[in-house]
Design a binder for this molecule. Sequence first.
Ligand SMILES: NC(=O)C1=CN([C@@H]2O[C@H](COP(=O)(O)OP(=O)(O)OC[C@H]3O[C@@H](n4cnc5c(N)ncnc54)[C@H](O)[C@@H]3O)[C@@H](O)[C@H]2O)[C@@H](O)CC1
Ligand SMILES: [K+]
Length: 555
Amino acid sequence: MYVVTADQMRELDEYVIESWGVPSVSLMENAGKALAEEVLHLCQNRQSKEQTVNGNPLISTEARAAFDRWKGTRGQISNDAVLRGEKVCAEHWYILVGKGNNGGDGLVAARHLWEAGIGITLVFAGSPKELREEALLEYHTAESMGIPSILFTGQGDLTFAGGTGIIDALLGTGSKGAPRNTYASLIQAANGSGLPIISADIPSGLNADTGALYEPHIRAEMTVCFALLKRGLTQFPGADAAGHIKVRSVGIPPQLAEGRFRETVYLLTKDILSEKLKVDLTQRRAEDGHKGTYGHVLLVAGTLAMSGAGLLSCRAALRSGSGLATWALPSELLPHVIGAVPELMLAAAADGPQGTWNRVSAQNIIKLAESRDVIAIGPGLGRFEEDTAWLSQIYKEVDLPMVIDADGLNMLAEGGLDFFEHKRCRKAPVILTPHPGEMARLAGVSTKEIQQNRIDHALSYSAKTGVTLVLKGSRTVIATPEGNAYINMTGHAGMGTGGTGDALTGIIAGLLAQGYSAEQAAVFGVYQHGKAGETAAMMRAHPAGVMAGDLIEYL
Ligand SMILES: NC(=O)C1=CN([C@@H]2O[C@H](COP(=O)(O)OP(=O)(O)OC[C@H]3O[C@@H](n4cnc5c(N)ncnc54)[C@H](O)[C@@H]3O)[C@@H](O)[C@H]2O)[C@@H](O)CC1
Ligand SMILES: [K+]
């Protein structure tokens, strides 16, 4: 599933209109009809659950009749009854109409819902005479049909009297900045009404490209997104304001997005993994395979004070299917962890004070790497004198697929982009796995700035440096230097706990060891990590009880 920006969506709109001759009005018709269909589904669902809205009981048989009639089984109700707007159920929806095409979608939906016998009141945010082209035509149709409407001038309160739901067709992908004037007042009134809100395309007040929310913004129960998912719907906090998201086709085939733009963003699904990335989700192994077939991971991690990070990473690498794993660690730590993971090999590699790392240990790492397939650096590593130079030396001299995490990323951030000047020394790929704070240090901006535009930051850092970047956090973004980004949907908030990042590093390193490409390993690793977290949550009373170690057990 493709995920696009507002500009990309506009380009695709224009393409089908200009190159294929699809009339713009039929795109709007499809969008508005899909929106009406989702509203009717919601009405039908709450009828079947015998819910009430604002204390009004809803008459289930009548609503069902309205739905069936709309779906084509017209029964005994005549067209005339529909045209008179005779109410056949207690549903009454207020449709908030902005002056762009998003408002046009709302007007189309109004016509279909009216036809189905749903009570409708159109609420215009500005004079309907200001509507343009298709939206203006839709307004004239609604007016001719006698659909009641009010012009909201900002004076007095809008109470949504007798309402059972609200369609938000105020602002779509053409909006800029925070909703202004009557738009802002209508958004506040809608949110305060307690009625369910269904947004057309995006919740008004959402930045469609980034997922940032302006004030005020609609808090929707559902968003019916047209043609392709917009980036802003996939990232928090926008994803939260959108509620349940339904993507409905309107006549713009999603495949048009493939290869058209400099950057292609995908929602990470099983199909993307198997069909686009050619990942075998079953991780089938050759009958005659042996431990050597599945690669050997070298993990450079841990100090005496932070030994758990190394253990978690190593266990995750083994659970993800790597043939062998060696943990390179400070000598003082080694005796304490003997036998903790019996499958693991241990290699004393540093003699810093109190079981820490030191600059000269780089030589030992380079030596150990000679007989390994992948190197992962960072979990629980701590900082030490000249550590950026230490990392730089390993980066230059160890031409193995490399994962850098945690303190390794902080060392890298200190080196700035100059660090990547050594890129020409390497043929093997590099994967970085920052959380938002680490990403902020790498990119030299604030964490808030990263979180307000995660997809762009991930893509641009990856393009600049040539690394595959895993920007962690809810809806992890994986970006590749070629300009692909994947948005992960697995996992849950209970995974925000110490050690889950260390596990992810181990999983990705383990997959690299088995011969997956950097893109495959990063994307599949993130997906599996979330899935394992979900399974771990099912085994506990509450997702909040999940620990990193539990997750590893479900890989
Ligand atoms: N062919 C198309 O272009 C299609 C467009 N569709 C709909 O059209 C939408 C995009 O339409 P538009 O480009 O007309 O844009 P919008 O409908 O998002 O509205 C933009 C209008 O709102 C005003 N505005 C912008 N920012 C504002 C703010 N912060 N506060 C108050 N007013 C503001 C502007 O003056 C502009 O007239 C999509 O989201 C989708 O719902 C669908 O009908 C499918 C086909
Ligand atoms: K909207």
